[in-house]
Design a binder for this molecule. Structure first.
Ligand SMILES: Nc1ncnc2c1ncn2[C@@H]1O[C@H](COP(=O)(O)OP(=O)(O)OP(=O)(O)O)[C@@H](O)[C@H]1O
Length: 242
């Protein structure tokens, strides 16, 4: 769904001059970008460049010292994470952030407000990851690493978010599973107009799903462009060389 069709002219997410960190020195420095409905932006960068911190700052887990984060035009800067989540922002952290001792169904239940909603939306999970629906009663900690990532993404999907913030979902996954993740993300954006902010180190995966990219270097965006542009591969190689 385009911004024109749904009657709004603003981006889903607008980050402007965002600076944040943990101690004295900022980790994210003066970062600005916006994402439209149904668009996937990937933030690329080597280890320790501030990618995860950027997502955590948007979610309100890390405090912004300056700059703003706006969701659908409303200022959410430094808002409490649970209220940001309630505004249809789904956050999939890099860590295996599921409750190992709860069942798969109980973990999914955390993504919605009621048991009824969980039941109503189980079809969303079935369409994306049938394997997760087959394992609803299983303890989540007994799932394979790839299945746990599917569960994480499923929990985000059933919240029916406007935007998903996804931190290195492809890390440690087999190529077939990475391809499956790409398929699900593309389908989600196309079918529901969901916007996605992806943090990645896996270049082929990132470029297979993203519309645009931005490269983060020591907390700053040093390059950006269209994922499909002919010069993109060369630009990325230059910036991401070890
Ligand atoms: N909780 C924390 N307290 C203090 N410093 C932190 C904390 N979390 C991260 N940092 C530091 O912030 C910097 C950026 O880390 P961040 O995790 O955002 O990078 P990243 O680009 O996501 O890297 P990676 O891909 O390795 O996760 C690093 O120097 C890291 O040591």
């Amino acid at each position: 769904m385009s911004a024109l069709l749904n009657g709004s002219s603003h981006s889903v997410l607008e980050v402007a001059g965002l600076t944040s960190g943990y101690d004295a020195a900022p980790v994210v420095r003066d970062v600005s970008f916006s994402i439209d409905p149904g668009e996937i932006l990937v933030i690329l960068g080597k280890n320790g460049m501030g990618k995860s911190t950027l997502l955590k700052t948007i979610m309100g887990f890390v405090r912004a010292s300056s700059g703003t984060v706006a969701l659908d035009g409303a200022d959410i800067t430094n808002g409490p994470p649970h209220l940001i989540a309630r505004r249809a922002v789904a956050y999939t952290p890099q860590e295996y952030a599921i409750f190992q001792d709860l069942t798969v169904a109980e973990n999914l239940r955390l993504g919605v407000e009621s048991d009824d909603l969980l039941e109503d939306r189980m079809g969303d999970v079935e369409a994306a990851f049938p394997r997760i629906v087959e394992r609803l009663r299983q303890r989540a900690g007994t799932l394979s690493g790839g299945e746990q990532k599917m569960l994480l993404l499923s929990r985000g999907l059933i919240a029916r978010p406007k935007i998903m913030l996804i931190d290195e979902i492809s890390e440690g996954l087999q190529p077939t599973m990475v391809a499956k993740m790409a398929e699900v993300l593309k389908a989600t954006k196309q079918k529901n107009g969901v916007a996605v902010l992806l943090v990645e180190q896996n270049l082929p995966f990132a470029l297979s799903v993203a519309d645009r990219y931005a490269i983060l270097k020591i907390g700053e965006i040093v390059a950006r462009g269209d994922a499909a542009h002919a010069d993109t591969a060369a630009t990325l190689e230059e910036h991401l060389r070890i």
